[in-house]
Design a protein around this ligand. Structure first.
Ligand SMILES: NC(=O)c1ccc[n+]([C@@H]2O[C@H](COP(=O)([O-])OP(=O)(O)OC[C@H]3O[C@@H](n4cnc5c(N)ncnc54)[C@H](O)[C@@H]3O)[C@@H](O)[C@H]2O)c1
Length: 425
């Protein structure tokens, strides 16, 4: 840990800052909605003096969110939300160029990750931007005396919202939580098109394999799974979908995909991608079934979707073939199973996460949710909240404007018709 410019931080190498700054500014070009928010925040200072912790993937896009929050007057510090997702040059630039304390190193151990979570709590945040709910869970488990200092939290991902809802049901969530993921301008685009594209990008960067003609198994057909399946089909893969929800399974069938249990698909797949938010969806018996050379990765939030402990037990010592590519030889049949990115989010481990253009809308939601919480300090009920629908629509309108597109509006005649019941056949 070091201190320059009177701030504490823990990054790999502060000298990487110039590269990080160039990349942050490159991403900003694709984030016009967040830029408009930043410019307004700079004038209005809605977050003046608010102590804010963001536990996020430290990427160029997150850096632009941090800039917007800083422009709004927040005193922020950032920590990594995943040990493998940090872009070290971005972390360095946020410290050196924007004076924001960052605690994030790509490849940090779980122990360091947890230490950073506790450092974030030592900052005594009033607002917590979380991605997976680790900071909020640690606060509740270990720092009960600090809970009264918290105005609220905003949560970026599906898994975090599932955890917040469980905390709310257990009666331990005593402050408001904004479900950023559940805004339409977040999950319809970020989870689907962002995860769809960047997951394949991660697989390709890690392996340089051709997707065309391969059988690709997508486990989970939620927003992320739809994106992965859609994009993999576009690249020429034969896609099989695995689901436990009958409605999603029918949807996958109607979308033209083969649907079957993982037990059957485990015999057929060349590439497996998990995006369920659930545990051990690829388990020992599935690894045992796989073809020689099958490639397995995860793009769901936590690294427990693949039972890697089980795979380790069944195999010889894994061999690293390339960065983010480890080969396990299954003792029972000699088949090689290739695991990418240690089972962590492959799009952030081996690629750069979602493109800036899609994070523009996700982080517009984050910035506006923080403002919403601060403006309503003390007036919101504990529990999980959604941003008002008008805010969602406003973000979409700004995005259309940035894309140079206009759409129609209802004519007075149409408004009258939509509000009447007399006219029928
Ligand atoms: N990689 C990224 O950058 C990124 C981005 C957004 C979300 N996420 C994460 O990805 C995960 C999925 O998010 P989502 O928004 O698609 O969630 P979602 O709830 O829309 O979809 C998850 C799907 O998985 C299915 N599922 C659950 N258990 C299953 C099992 N055992 N077998 C097969 N299917 C199963 C569910 O029925 C559901 O349809 C979450 O952990 C989320 O936090 C990752």
């Amino acid at each position: 840990m070091s201190a320059t410019r009177a701030i504490e931080f823990d990054v790999r190498d502060i000298n990487l800052a110039p590269d990080g700054k160039r990349r942050i500014e490159w991403a900003e070009r694709e984030m016009p909605v967040l830029r408009l928010i930043r410019e307004r925040f700079a004038l209005e200072k809605p977050l003046e003096g608010v102590r804010l912790v963001a536990c996020a993937h430290i990427t160029t896009e997150t850096a632009n969110l941090a800039r917007a929050l800083q422009a709004g007057g927040a005193e922020s510090m950032l920590i990594a939300s995943n040990p493998l997702s940090t872009q070290d040059d971005v972390a360095a630039s946020l410290v050196a160029d924007w004076g924001i304390p960052i605690y994030a190193i790509k490849g940090e151990t779980t122990e360091t990750y947890n230490r950073h979570v506790r450092t974030a709590l030592d900052f005594h945040p009033e607002i917590i931007i979380d991605d997976g709910s680790d900071v909020v869970a640690t606060l509740i488990k270990e720092r009960a005396e600090q809970i009264k200092e918290v105005i609220g939290t905003t949560e970026e991902t599906t898994t975090g919202i599932v955890r917040l809802q469980a905390m709310s049901n257990a009666g331990v969530l005593t402050f408001p939580a904004m479900a950023v993921n559940n805004a339409q301008t977040k999950h319809l685009f970020d989870n689907r098109y962002g995860t769809g594209q960047s997951t394949l990008d991660g697989i390709i960067r890690a392996t340089n394999i051709l997707l065309a003609g391969r059988t690709l198994v997508v486990v989970g057909y939620g927003w992320c799974g739809k994106g992965v399946a859609l994009r993999a089909r576009g690249m020429g893969s034969n896609v099989i979908v695995i689901e436990i929800d009958p409605i999603k399974a029918v949807e996958a069938v109607m979308d033209g995909f083969r649907v079957m249990p993982i037990r059957e698909a485990s015999l057929l797949g060349d590439i497996f991608v998990t995006v369920t938010g659930n545990r051990h969806v690829i388990d020992r018996q599935h690894f045992a079934n796989m073809k020689d050379g099958a490639i397995v990765c995860n793009s769901g939030h936590f690294d427990l979707e693949l039972n890697l402990t089980g795979l380790r037990d069944m195999s010889d010592e894994p061999v690293t073939l390339r960065p983010f590519v480890q080969e396990y030889k299954v003792k029972a049949n000699g088949h090689r199973v290739i695991v990418l990115g240690e089972g962590r989010l492959i799009n952030l481990a081996a690629a750069e996460g979602h493109p800036a253009s899609v994070m523009d809308m996700s982080f517009a939601n984050q910035a506006l949710s923080v403002e919403y919480l601060v403006k309503r300090k003390g007036n919101l009920q504990p529990g999980v909240h959604l941003l008002p629908r008008e805010v969602d629509a406003e973000i979409a309108s700004l995005k259309l404007q940035a894309l140079g597109l206009t759409i129609d509006t209802l004519t007075p005649e149409q408004i009258e018709y939509m509000n009447s019941w007399e006219t029928g056949t």
